[in-house]
Ligand binder design. Structure first.
Ligand code: ZN
Length: 73
């Protein structure tokens, strides 16, 4: 990552958030979320995929598309 330090100040500075929309994978699904860390968003996407889309494990190609679809909010 070459974004420099993120989320290290909290003196009124807007913190970086990671955002994801399920429909960006082509799913007819309105689920979307934002989290402060990339680890957290990946974890929550895995849970959603398992519960909502019957994907107990993300196949490698899907995981790559998830990775590409996560963006900075
Ligand atoms: Zn979904």
């Amino acid at each position: 990552m070459s974004n420099g330090p993120i989320g290290v100040r909290n003196g009124g500075v807007r913190l970086t958030q990671f955002a994801f929309e399920c429909r960006s994978l082509g799913n007819p699904c309105e689920w979307a979320l934002r989290t402060p860390t990339r680890e957290e968003i990946v974890e929550r996407i895995r849970v959603h995929a398992r519960c909502a889309h019957n994907l107990p494990d993300l196949p490698a190609d899907v995981a790559r598309r998830v990775d590409a679809a996560i963006h900075i909010a």
